[in-house]
Design a protein around this ligand. Structure first.
Ligand code: DGJ
Length: 728
């Protein structure tokens, strides 16, 4: 059991392979945090607690010191701790003071599921143990159940919280973050992944100062602007060395992630649903479940932290048939023909695709209702017979006869004001009565906090998936939430709408993905606006960005790799000059960037030259040889595009017999010294054959001397290598 309780000292010790997490119950029952870091054998660190009195930090009266000075596990506000609380409740008398203390705890093998929310899971009970600690405030009658799951072979602890109103009065949950950790005496920086549409997940590393650092979303989705992730890095930590703590929230809606550095440099990390414009009415006997935070510890830098997230997310967050299957190489119609898609074009593209070795054709936007541009028809999920006179089913059959799978695009959470659905049910969208509803991309957001809306959308989408042989669905979402209100909720519950909407969406996703287990679902929100663990639980891949320019993609994919596995990143070769930014890069560079992900093409195959087609044929053939490394290998970052003119990364198979290395140089430079790329993760005692050549190098040589990279030639250079060890 990786969780022990030392009764006399009232200490919990949670242990992963390389980390220890230690808590202590101090009289009269406050749960204090003692340590989280490199694994230690001892647990009694009570001597570290500072109970002395300091000016302007009142003694709580209940504990032998001030809560303002003590590291806590799940702090409240109002009785002597002035730092950001993890939660806040309002009682019927208007008071928001809560004084919750330890009541009981229990440990269970495995990992219980979270009611209504996505979360990491285990397949066997011995993969993890779970500890539940119940805190209680008698006056409010509330129980706060803190849940910790400790994974046995990964340095992962997950946390979540459940509130149970065990009293007689109604409570208002004003703030209910999923976790809080206080770090004492540790100098660190923060790294996070800010961005915008078409510029998702840049890597930003900054120092922490006294005060608060926070990232958040108030957009109703996790957003392009901030990802629900950050890491704390020791001052000397790098990609390969030093202590790093990663925090990732399994949620797709409004979130807050914050580090507060107090007067004594103690750092309080909190993360969860954004309390901004949130309030949840908890009636007697009702329960509120907070989403899960995945906390990863690494003592080998950022690289090891990412490997841990990747391993966990690809095998114990993603689900379904495709979790353990290589993903088909696709041709998508969007950048090929946009809304001008029709039966003839799809057949022609499928024919071309088959000749090039592609495996799936996806009809993107434009196949339904009267959809010829983005101003209409969302919600009218029936085929446009002018464009597809024979319907989708016969087209799918024909495509399948050619040997390709068939996929479609949908945007189920949305409705166009110009649609039959909206005309029939104008109150089905999120709105506030008598107020103007803002449009985004000419569309409104359906109110998924309503049972009837969820039911009807689920029915419409299920009908398409049942009627037609569909192997793949791209589930898009192209605007953020405004005028967030629901026609069905009473006034005192209006501020629950955003979270209820998210719960409704998760319910619909659960229903549809489990009813069609053989369909590969890819999530999308104007590219990577919802690249978060919540979505990956239902859909094992996400369209990484609408920006398909090879050079920008190097940064976007690199930044995304900080948390998310590469086998979750949809990644396509698109036409040049790039439709978004006008840059022209070679087909080689576009292919070599895109093949470090779920590979595909998004261009008009019919207009390519014979030479280009041959190049694509070769890329597809090559990708099929390395696809298993993208799907299941460990990923190592070698050179950061955020730090220089070059970028590189590699994948290594689990037995370290095979690897795939990619190198990119953004701009050509004159008269540069010959460069070598030092690889990582190989077996130093093995020999590796480089590509299909006679060149054989030792793993030690490749890691400590390096692989020779091409001399600067022209702008936007790329190179890839496939390494194989001939030894058994
Ligand atoms: C936004 C997506 O990111 C694109 O790939 C494409 O599917 C369009 N929506 C279609 O409207």
């Amino acid at each position: 059991m990786s969780i022990s309780y030392h009764k006399e000292a009232r200490i919990f010790h949670l242990q992963t392979p390389n980390s220890s997490y230690i808590m202590h119950i101090v009289k009269p029952g406050y749960l204090l945090h003692l340590y989280w870091g490199r694994k230690i054998c001892t647990h009694d660190l009570r001597y570290l607690l500072d109970f002395k009195e300091r000016p302007f930090s009142p003694m709580s009266g209940r504990v032998e010191g001030s809560l303002d000075l003590l590291p806590q596990e799940y702090p409240s506000y109002g009785s002597s701790d002035f730092r950001s609380p993890a939660f806040q409740l309002q009682l019927e008398n208007g008071s928001t003071i809560i004084d919750a203390t330890y009541r009981s705890h229990r440990t269970v093998p495995g990992k219980p599921a979270l009611e209504g929310l996505p979360a990491t899971y285990v397949e066997n009970q011995d993969e993890a143990d779970t500890l539940e600690i119940t805190l209680q405030d008698d006056l409010a009658g509330v129980q706060i159940i803190l849940t910790y799951t400790v994974f046995s072979i990964l340095d992962v602890i997950t946390r979540s919280v459940r509130f149970l109103n065990a009293g007689m009065q109604s409570l208002k949950l004003l703030r209910c973050l999923s976790m809080s950790v206080d770090f004492v005496d540790w100098e660190c920086d923060v790294l996070h992944l800010p961005g915008s549409w078409a510029r998702e997940r840049g890597v930003e590393h900054q120092a922490l100062r006294q005060g608060s650092f926070s990232i958040e979303s108030r957009r109703g989705t996790s957003s392009h602007q901030h990802n629900p992730f950050f890491a704390l890095l020791g001052k000397s930590a790098t990609e390969d060395y030093g202590e790093v703590y990663g925090f990732s929230l399994v949620y797709s809606g409004n979130f807050l992630a914050q580090v507060e550095v107090d007067q004594y440099k103690m750092k309080r990390v909190t993360m969860g649903i954004n309390p901004f414009d949130f309030c949840w009415l908890l009636k007697p006997s009702e329960v509120f479940q907070c989403p899960e935070v995945v906390m990863v510890y690494s003592n080998q830098g950022m690289g090891q932290m990412s490997i841990t997230f990747h391993r966990l997310y690809r095998s114990r967050l993603c689900r379904g048939r495709y979790r353990d299957h290589e993903r088909p190489i696709l041709i998508n119609t969007w950048e090929a023909v946009y809304f001008n898609v029709n039966d003839k074009i799809v057949k022609e593209l499928a024919q071309e695709g088959r000749d090039l070795g592609l495996e799936l054709i996806v009809i993107d936007d434009g196949w339904f209702g009267q959809r010829n541009n983005d101003t209409s028809s969302l919600g009218d999920w029936y085929v446009n017979e002018n464009k597809f006179p024979g319907g989708l089913s016969s087209l799918a059959r024909e495509v399948e006869k050619k040997g390709l799978k068939f996929g479609i695009w949908i945007e189920p959470e949305m409705v166009s004001p110009d649609s039959d659905l909206y005309k029939a049910h104008p109150d089905w969208c999120l709105h506030v009565s008598d107020r103007y509803s803002s449009l985004g991309r000419h569309q409104l957001v359906l109110d998924f906090s309503r049972e009837d809306v969820c039911h009807e959308i689920s029915r419409r989408i299920s009908a398409i998936l049942s009627d037609t042989s569909i192997s793949y669905v791209k589930w898009d979402m192209n605007r953020h939430l405004t005028e967030v209100g629901s026609a069905l909720l009473p006034p005192e519950r209006q501020r629950e709408t955003a979270h209820r909407h998210m719960l409704g969406l998760y319910r619909v996703l659960e229903e549809i993905t489990s009813a069609f287990p053989d369909v590969l679902f890819e999530s999308c929100s104007g590219g990577g606006g919802r690249f978060d663990p919540g979505m990956l639980y239902y859909m094992p891949q996400t369209w990484t960005s609408d920006n398909t320019d090879a050079i920008d993609r190097v940064k976007i994919q690199y930044g995304t790799s900080i948390v998310y596995p590469l086998c979750a990143m949809g990644s396509h070769v698109s036409p040049v000059p790039n439709h978004l930014i006008g840059r022209a890069t070679s087909l080689k560079a576009r292919g070599e960037v895109a093949m470090s992900g779920v590979f595909g093409y998004e261009l008009d195959l019919r207009v390519l030259s014979a030479e280009e087609k041959q190049a694509i044929r070769e890329q597809v053939k090559f990708y099929k040889k390395i696809r298993h490394l993208i799907s299941y290998g460990d990923f190592y970052r070698l050179l950061s595009p955020f730090e220089g003119n070059e970028a590189a990364w590699m994948f290594v198979s689990s037995g370290r017999k095979e690897a795939f290395v990619s190198f990119f140089r953004i701009l050509a430079q004159a008269n540069m010294p010959a460069a070598r790329l030092r690889l990582k993760g190989l077996d130093e005692s093995r020999k590796y054959q480089i590509d299909d050549t006679d060149q054989v190098c030792g793993g030690d040589e490749l890691m400590y001397v390096g692989l020779k990279v091409p001399e600067p030639g022209r702008d936007f250079q790329s190179a890839v290598w496939r390494l194989r060890s001939p030894e058994p």
